[in-house]
Design a protein around this ligand. Structure first.
Ligand code: ADP
Length: 254
């Protein structure tokens, strides 16, 4: 039984790794697809439109493939450095814009005492993008999405290493019932249906927060909306400047 347990845990972490790649890749494809849709809307040039259509179809095929992709495992080691919050929010806003459409308003709010968090830049970007996409999916009729950063005391008594920053993504969408809430951080749990959800967005968020010395929490009220919080250790810009070259900031290049 012991052996079977170890094997199960191995399979589970392997699944988590490979699925994580597929999920993240899917997000990137989403961005390309959204951009192609934008080009299709904006361009009157038939040749341009035909190519955008081809690229869009390729994205759709790619999205189906990634759903089945289970061959690669990614190196999960996080590159933790002081990461300035304002440029992080800017980068996520930029990536999210083509995915949101006109009916969703995206707002950012950063507290005056917020500077940097200790995090892996590309994992953090991916995590916030996962949360933004979930918020969008919870608001099919449109709504308001807010990314907030504030300093504070974390809700978890285990987090005792100095100051923490709360990064929160809120929507005023569908919310979720308690039985869904209980499972959301589990890998592969999704209510979005085959080919739509992978159930890996929130497990990536959860794993990343934990491995960065923080936590992820979720609050939701059915019919009113959801807030997902990521608490991370605060860091200072001076420490950021002392670093050599920052890690590749954008997951798109990585
Ligand atoms: P996926 O988005 O692929 O389904 P996630 O792990 O990101 O995987 O989310 C798991 C499930 O949690 C979703 O299928 C959805 O039911 C629920 N969920 C996540 N975020 C929200 C949200 N902002 N509002 C309502 N439900 C949510």
């Amino acid at each position: 039984a012991q052996q079977a347990m170890v094997q199960f845990q191995k399979m589970e972490s392997l699944g988590r790794l490979t699925g994580g790649v597929a999920h993240d890749f899917n997000n990137l494809l989403n961005i390309v697809q959204g951009t192609m849709e934008l080009i299709l809307m904006m361009s009157k040039d038939d040749a341009v439109r035909a190519r955008a259509q081809t690229a869009k179809a390729a994205c759709e095929r790619g999205a189906k493939l990634t759903a089945q992709l289970l061959t690669f495992a990614r190196n999960q080691t996080l590159d933790l450095r002081p990461l300035p919050v304002a440029p992080l929010f800017d980068a996520v806003t930029e990536l999210a814009r083509p995915l949101l459409g006109h009916s969703i308003e995206l707002l950012c709010s950063i507290g005056p005492d917020v500077d940097c968090v200790l995090a892996d830049a590309s994992q953090m970007e991916m995590a916030l993008l996962n949360l933004v996409i979930n918020a969008r999916d919870a608001m099919p009729e449109g709504g308001r999405l807010i990314m907030r950063a504030s300093r504070g005391k974390p809700p978890d008594a285990l987090l005792t290493k100095g100051d923490y920053v709360r990064l929160a993504v809120s929507d005023n969408g569908a919310g979720m019932p308690e039985d869904v809430m209980a499972k959301v951080f589990e890998p592969f749990f999704t209510t979005k249906g085959v080919g739509k959800g992978t159930g890996l967005g929130l497990s990536q968020v959860y794993g990343m927060a934990q491995q960065s010395g923080g936590i992820a929490r979720i609050e939701s009220a059915p019919g009113h909306g959801t807030t997902v919080e990521i608490w991370l250790p605060a860091a200072t810009a001076e420490a950021a400047e002392r670093q050599p070259e920052p890690a590749a900031r954008n997951a798109l290049q990585g």
